[in-house]
Design a protein around this ligand. Sequence first.
Ligand SMILES: O=P(O)(O)OC[C@H]1O[C@](O)(CO)[C@@H](O)[C@@H]1O
Length: 325
Amino acid sequence: MKYISQQLKQFSKQIKFAVDSYKPHGIDKNKLSNIVICGMGGSGIAGRIVKGYFNDKLDLPVEVVNDYVLPRYTGAKTLAVFCSYSGNTEETIAAYKIAHEKGCQIVVISCGGELEKLAKQNGNVIYKVEGGLQPRMALGSPLTYLFLIFFDLLGQYKNADILKIADFVVNSDDYVIQTSELVGRFNGTVKNKYVVVTDAFFEGVATRFAQQIQENAKLEAFVHVLPEANHNVIESYYNRLDTNFIFLNSRNNHRTNLRFAFVKELLAKYDVPMVELLVKDNSLNTLFHIIYQLDWLSLQVADKNSAVSDQIPNINALKDFLSKQ
Ligand SMILES: O=P(O)(O)OC[C@H]1O[C@](O)(CO)[C@@H](O)[C@@H]1O
């Protein structure tokens, strides 16, 4: 835990690094028909978070691709952003090669590897990330770059609010205290599963937390998105749930708010551990704070579960297996 928590403490520094290093990409939004953001795991999640944020702000379809292939509609009018910390993730490299062949407008976020090599050869825009961390503990820079790339497309890059991302200076000890309180609220009964009930705006943030619980704490974690989850998974909300619930609601839809209220009441009947995260507003600052808070929570849960959070033996064994094929 100590080693990985040292890495998490650099979140704020990573954000600042990206804000300071960012240079406008020069891509004209009016010449685009769509955007794809490609990447896996702790890098791909940045795309999902940004997609949720810009859903009601950008008049272009955005798709997140966590795969080897790109959708058929991609081409010269596609902005394809590739996000890989190591630059050596095989799915991301394969998708990059397709984008290059199809003549997409390409932007790469990475600290090196094969992806950076190809991007340099092909003269793509590259946003460099500082190396030496576990990819899932390096989200600050890629996420900030992605936000800046999108604001830049909207012609808002110089907007003071956006540059305020750089003001995200935190005392990580405060987060450790806050999240250990949250863990305390879950503790009455030890549950083995985590579910985040979220709305679409925070789906990426919720998924980030689920992935952090899976990789760091070695526990099952799921995301139930409202309103859709009210049409299916709600039927599993009965007694004997072995689950801790977290609620994350941006409060931007009155009907969805009602759904949250109903679900909370329903689960309360079964005495299920629940925590509602405080969402002050839908600003970038709040979004970054929630991500950081949930990252700390995943490490606290890992500690409680005596998990070795900096080791990912199954993932490494899989990569080893694939490299021999
Ligand atoms: O950012 P990268 O280097 O492409 O890695 C993507 C993902 O792959 C892993 O290294 C493991 O498969 C994750 O830890 C990471 O989130």
